[in-house]
Design a protein around this ligand. Sequence first.
Ligand SMILES: [Zn+2]
Length: 257
Amino acid sequence: MTAINCKGVIRIIIVLRRNSVAIFLFACCFFAIASVVYNLALHPDLEEWQERGLVVSSVATKQKAVALTFDDGPNPEATTEVLDLLQKYEARATFFVLGIHAEKYPALVKNIQYHGHEIGSHGYTHNVRQYNNPEFARSDVKRSIETIASITGIRPRLLRPPGGFLSRDLVSYCVDEKLTIVTWTWYADYKDWKAVDSCLLAKQIIMGVEPGQIILLHDGGENHEIMVNALSLALPSLSRMGYRFVTVSELLALKNQ
Ligand SMILES: [Zn+2]
């Protein structure tokens, strides 16, 4: 009787496990497809913009090179720690700074520039909702560009709109202003700003790496300690795998190579 019960229980567990795996795989596929559909539905012109090089989310290259990008800074603690790490591993990166933070910490912006990294604009206020108002979006971007240029002496050529916001008007404005919009490789967004485990975050970055990726990280978030620790684990591993870390502009120059 006991043996029959055990067999029955084992069968139920096997069936449940099979179902769990099936449900898990289904959920993964669903979210992957939903994410692509969401992006395309939200930005019906995205494909055309990408083909024309107006919006860049990754670069087609066979070379083992990726662009690490850091948003929402500069931040006195995180940006400094990230700069130290990048120097240690001879990595170059792109910092999409917020105008309002750049204005507050101009020495940090100069330090990013001094270490040979690229500086792009992430807008001035990070007020994503207001970007639906084309006039606000234009003036916010313009103000951030002017702020960065007044600190570095160089006008940024790259814009990452806050929240990845895209609209026809914003793209048109960027064309006029000769700004390239840089988003990120959608599967290289590991939500570092809410990660709770730096080892897991590092593992995700390492396991998910592919040539030409634009990896999204945040040096301006509240959760930057986890990100910095993850980076300290991921950089040496990726280097051993043969990857090098370049700025977005350098990555763009590797297209089709
Ligand atoms: Zn941001």
